[in-house]
Design a protein around this ligand. Structure first.
Ligand code: ADP
Ligand code: MG
Length: 341
């Protein structure tokens, strides 16, 4: 073969590939936009979806909004108000920090942003289709921000084809909102599908109340409150009585510094805490919030920030085991003495 085989991809292709890393499915859009609303200090977040989010996702918040100048920067790549220098990466306290979400979503969908800081009279409307700005104008709108995402993946047909049924995509969205709502009991969340309520939490700040609203009163009643502190870690939340258990770890809700995450270390440690009290192959229900020095957690391992790593993985695991053991024994449910392993 003659000539070059290697070519540099064009900018449009590069952007679409990068977007696909952050946005896997409609639930990823919901997660990124709700993260932004939380970072904006919102106390009310409303999410409306149609066709499992494939046709439409609308997120409205009452947060700090954006000035016109910020609204014009927000959808650009690496545009963020949350990280200014590399050192900041060592102590991230916001949900976002990479300035990737809006750039990714606007590259692969038709997006309309309406935003207004509470102190300003006029708001701004920005319409972007597939990375191309279609409209920028003044617009009357309530304080806060609404982002309307239509026809996700309309310009990346291969990805669009890979999406599952509306029902499955809605289930992923529901799980995402459930986790975010349990992680932020002080924020009011509403999720509507085709105009009908799917989830609602009032934002009472009370985690038990949130569990009643989101997991149902029967589950909430079978949960034991847990509050465990060491010098480095603080672990709070609820774990189920052993008789309430599930066939998979779907109902282990884990938050690290209020960020919903998964951690195989912690999943294992929670089960380990039950030892003989948890039937083989079963998992408890748990809502656990871990607080520790942000410098001890690496949230930058995964493009979607789903899996975290701890600088002291073993110590975190041991603290979780002790926390679970302690609450079970306080309720007369202590596992039998551990054998030599
Ligand atoms: P990141 O969250 O990593 O900063 P994003 O692309 O998600 O990146 O958002 C870019 C910027 O746009 C944010 O840093 C923030 O300043 C602004 N922004 C996005 N969503 C909102 C919102 N709902 N309310 C206020 N500002 C927002
Ligand atoms: Mg963000």
């Amino acid at each position: 073969m003659k000539g070059n085989k290697i070519r540099i991809l064009d900018k449009d292709t590069i952007n679409k590939i990068a977007a696909g890393e952050v946005i896997e499915r409609p639930a990823s859009v919901v997660k990124e936009l709700v993260d932004n609303s939380i970072d904006a200090g919102a106390t009310e977040i409303r999410i409306e979806v149609e066709k499992g989010g494939k046709r439409s996702i609308l997120i409205r918040d009452n947060g700090c909004g954006m000035s016109r100048a910020d609204a014009l920067l927000a959808y650009k790549k690496h545009a963020t108000s949350k990280l200014t220098k590399i050192e900041d990466l060592d102590k991230i306290s916001t949900m976002g920090f990479r300035g990737e979400a809006l750039a990714s979503i606007t590259a692969i969908a038709k997006v309309e942003i309406l935003t207004r800081p509470p102190e300003e009279i006029a708001g701004t409307k920005v319409v972007i289709h597939g990375g191309k700005v279609e409209e920028i104008s003044d617009a009357g709108t309530a304080p806060g921000t609404s982002v309307h995402v239509k026809d996700l993946f309309y310009n990346t047909p291969a990805r669009r084809k890979y999406l599952k049924t509306d029902r499955t995509e809605l289930a992923h969205i529901t799980d995402t909102v459930m986790r975010l709502a349990l992680a932020n009991p002080g924020i009011s969340f509403t999720l509507l599908n085709e105009g009908k309520p799917v989830l609602r939490n009032t934002g009472s700040s009370d985690l038990f109340n949130s569990m009643v609203n989101l997991l149902g009163p029967d589950t909430a009643r079978s949960m034991l409150p847990l509050d465990y502190g060491t010098e480095e870690f603080d672990i709070r939340g609820y774990v189920s009585k052993p008789e309430l258990n599930r066939g998979d770890s779907d109902q282990l809700f884990l938050f690290v510094n209020t960020r919903p995450v998964t951690s195989s270390t912690i999943n294992k440690a929670v089960r380990e805490g039950y030892y003989t009290k948890m039937p083989k192959g079963r998992y408890p229900v748990a809502v656990l919030a871990l607080t520790l020095d942000p410098g001890e957690v690496d949230v930058n391992v995964h493009p979607r920030k789903a899996e975290v790593r701890f600088s002291r993985e073993k110590e975190v695991g041991d603290a979780v085991i002790s926390a679970v053991e302690k609450v079970l024994s306080e309720h007369g449910l202590a596992p039998e003495i551990r054998g030599k392993e």
